[in-house]
Write a protein that binds this ligand. Structure first.
Ligand code: OGA
Ligand code: MN
Length: 201
């Protein structure tokens, strides 16, 4: 987690490989697969509330919200890590992060999410995006990278690419950093979520 905090301090985004133990990450991957087997995944939309619509040309993932999992899904280890992170971010950056909302996300082969910011129009609560990847043996040729443009507010210029490898975590300021998911050659799984502030809009 220190690597993530260092990145937030220096750049407003951070990447940490092997941030979450491989056994714990594998258990979350299994939970994600079980969620799909139960039919809990639904096509993710774009927008918010009543304006939420599925836009195939923008994103192709299917999601299942963490707070809607059956009690048999044990998220406690991950939640402990997130809670430590929330407190550290608040202590150091005075972000006033209140809680975390997140979902399992599964991209089918060739799935993608076009360049975007993580604040749907008319919202102000999603503050820090946090993604944990759940893909074992991901190879550079497999695609599916997360590209983050590193100049605040710019969908252009320098960027970093993150391989969605099991146990890798990434975080960034949701309001400022444009990012996209490149098409992968195989299915790609993650837990994606956001630490939220009090909404001011
Ligand atoms: C998102 C998102 C990135 C990723 O769900 O908003 O940008 O790497 N996900 O899965
Ligand atoms: Mn995003």
């Amino acid at each position: 987690m220190e690597e993530l905090l260092h990145g937030m301090r220096a750049y407003g985004w951070g990447i940490a490989k092997n941030c979450f133990g491989s056994e714990e990450a594998a258990a979350l991957r299994d939970a994600c697969l079980a969620s799909r087997a139960r039919g809990d995944l639904h096509r993710a939309g774009v927008g918010r509330g009543d304006d939420m619509i599925v836009r195939e040309e923008i994103r192709s993932d299917s999601v299942s919200w963490l707070d809607e999992q059956t009690p048999s899904v044990d998220l406690s280890r991950y939640q402990i890590l997130l809670e430590k992170m929330r407190k550290s971010l608040n202590q150091e950056f005075y972000l006033g992060l209140l809680d975390f909302e997140g979902h399992f996300a599964v991209y089918p082969a060739a799935g993608f999410y076009k360049a975007h910011l993580d604040r749907p129009q008319g919202t102000s609560d999603r503050t820090v995006a946090v993604i944990l990847y759940l893909n074992e043996h991901w190879q550079p040729g497999d695609g599916g990278e997360l590209r983050i443009w590193t100049n605040r507010g710019e969908k252009d210029g320098p960027f970093v690419m993150v391989q969605p490898q099991m146990g890798t975590m990434v975080c960034f300021l949701a309001e400022h950093f444009w990012h996209e998911v490149l098409p992968a050659h195989k299915e790609r799984m993650s837990i994606t979520g956001w630490f939220r502030q009090r909404s001011v809009i």
